[in-house]
Design a binder for this molecule. Structure first.
Ligand code: ATP
Length: 487
């Protein structure tokens, strides 16, 4: 049975065995930190996306969507600061040649000390690291690593190089000729596609500040320490929303979006103690306030979503680099002056969540190994207690056997329900085995068609989490499943 320390490997193998996630190009031994979502995973991922999209656009009256291209004009990344600043401080071990991100190397030591009961030392080390990172004091960080005898996990030595910056953007060339002029980047975040379209959307959508633009899309980062399954990938998806506000009101909106986003997470039924806010000590170059929503992943509390008050930094930069005004005219009256607020560059509150990290949240919280043994029989099951709205398959229809007209009744139930939600049909194996397979896929309802169905048009519906079964009329099935899908 998986316990806390081996829960992640158990989840990884479950994801592979049941078609949720495969290593990319596995027949060639995979590609580090790149993954493919399989027949079940692609549906679960899409359901998470749809759920976020619906709550951030359809259920809001002032947020609209966007689907910008991955490639952007290279000047975008000069303006945004990514060419100069999207770096991580790295350090190499001279004996193993292994490269580490400095904060990851120190955090691993903090975790080790915490496990050994040295909480006070761990806390102090973390505070010292935060203070040095905030000052970009690389000599101080190297000294901190050496004086605490933090060693390489491969060579076991403390023989470190100096700390250097490493840019995380992937570059490639446009067209057929090589050279600097043709260099383009795979976007490292989706946000810039929103900023450069701010006026397009505002004008054509006749949007009034405050308003938001939401986007879901791929982002790419050449992560050096790519590890922990889909938590840190080189190709991943982000679900981002930039909310444009009047300058001076950003504090209020920052607090609003912090609360809103936490509400969104809790509405999925995951307990509040698995989430926490972490305020940034070192603010990014564009932010005047920032925090992360952290989740208790199988490997500990880690960042799931960032909420950033990005000031007017991005729009101002794009205005300067493009030489095109990025202003908004606000004709609402300022109560202080009695005159319209007039022209300004809006401030921005950003909410940015990794879709793949959210997938890991959902699947790691849902995964449960249960011992169902009784006095006379050993039994167990693995169940994914997915919220029905996110489950890849909502209902499985299982005829008791393959004859006597039972498959035909099952077919008619499928024909009725399929247009409304994803169903699954299975007639092989015993009912018990079929239930177990559906539990492992996270299917909330299994419907069994048996001989009584032929007499009174009722079926047995089995609930995944409680394993309870009840008899209900076929006519009530569709609405019963549909009711479970609303949050
Ligand atoms: P981290 O500190 O973990 O590297 P970050 O602070 O660089 O993350 P942001 O730039 O704020 O992350 O990106 C917003 C969100 O995108 C993160 O909260 C995370 O959910 C997701 N994300 C960032 N990098 C990755 C990655 N390499 N793989 C998967 N998701 C990622």
């Amino acid at each position: 049975m998986a316990n806390e320390t081996n829960q992640l490997p158990a989840i990884i193998s479950h994801c592979k065995e049941y078609g949720f996630i495969f290593p990319s190009s596995e027949i060639y031994d995979g590609l580090q930190a790149v993954y493919d979502y399989g027949q079940m995973g692609s549906d679960l991922k899409k359901n998470i996306k749809d759920h976020w999209w619906r709550s951030m656009t359809q259920l809001q009256d002032n947020i609209v969507g966007l689907d910008a291209a991955i490639f952007m004009h290279p000047t975008t990344w000069k303006a945004s600061g990514h060419v100069d600043n999207f770096n991580d401080p790295m350090i190499d071990n001279k004996d193993s040649n292994k490269r580490y991100r400095v904060d990851h190397l120190i955090e691993a030591q903090v975790e080790k000390w915490n496990e050994e009961g040295k909480e006070k030392e761990a806390k102090q080390l973390l505070e010292q690291m935060d203070a040095l990172l905030a000052k970009d004091d690389f000599d101080g960080l190297k000294l901190l690593i050496e004086s605490n005898k933090i060693s390489c996990s491969i060579s076991g030595t403390c023989n470190w190089t100096d700390i250097r910056q490493f840019n995380l953007m992937f570059a490639t060339e446009f067209g057929s000729t090589d050279g600097e002029d043709n260099r383009v980047y795979l976007r490292p975040e989706t946000a810039q596609g929103i900023f450069v379209n701010f006026l397009n959307v505002q004008k054509t959508g006749r949007m009034k500040v405050p308003f938001g633009i939401a986007q879901i899309g791929k982002a790419f980062r050449n992560e050096i320490v790519a590890r922990q399954f889909i938590f840190r990938m080189r190709e991943f998806e982000q679900m981002e929303m930039q909310f444009f506000v009047r300058p001076g009101s950003q504090k209020e909106w920052y607090a609003f979006w912090k609360a809103e986003r936490m509400k969104w997470h809790l509405a999925l039924g995951i307990p509040a103690e698995k989430y926490r806010f972490h305020d940034h000590v070192k603010l990014a170059h564009y932010a005047d306030a920032a925090c992360d929503i952290e989740f208790a992943f199988p490997m500990g509390f880690k960042e799931l979503e960032g909420i950033h008050s990005r000031t007017d930094f991005d729009l101002k930069q794009h205005q300067e680099f493009s030489m095109k005004k990025q202003q908004y005219f606000d004709n609402d009256l300022d109560p202080a002056t009695g005159k319209p607020y007039g022209n300004y560059i809006p401030y921005v509150i950003e909410t940015s969540i990794g879709l793949d990290r959210m997938f890991l949240v959902v699947i790691s919280h849902a995964y449960e190994e249960q011992d169902l043994s009784t006095a006379d029989k050993q039994d167990s099951r693995v169940v994914l207690k997915l919220p029905p709205v996110l489950a890849p398959i909502k209902m499985a229809v299982l005829p008791l056997n393959k004859k006597d007209g039972l498959p035909e009744i099952a077919e008619s139930i499928l024909a009725e329900c399929r247009p409304h939600f994803r169903c699954f049909y299975e007639e092989k194996d015993s009912i018990g085995k079929r239930y177990r397979r559906m539990d492992a896929l996270g299917t909330p309802f299994c419907v069994t068609v048996d001989y009584q169905t032929k007499e009174d048009n009722t079926v047995t519906i089995r609930h995944r989490d409680s394993m309870e079964q009840e008899r209900i009329p076929i006519a009530e099935l569709k609405s019963m499943v549909q009711r479970s899908l609303s949050i």
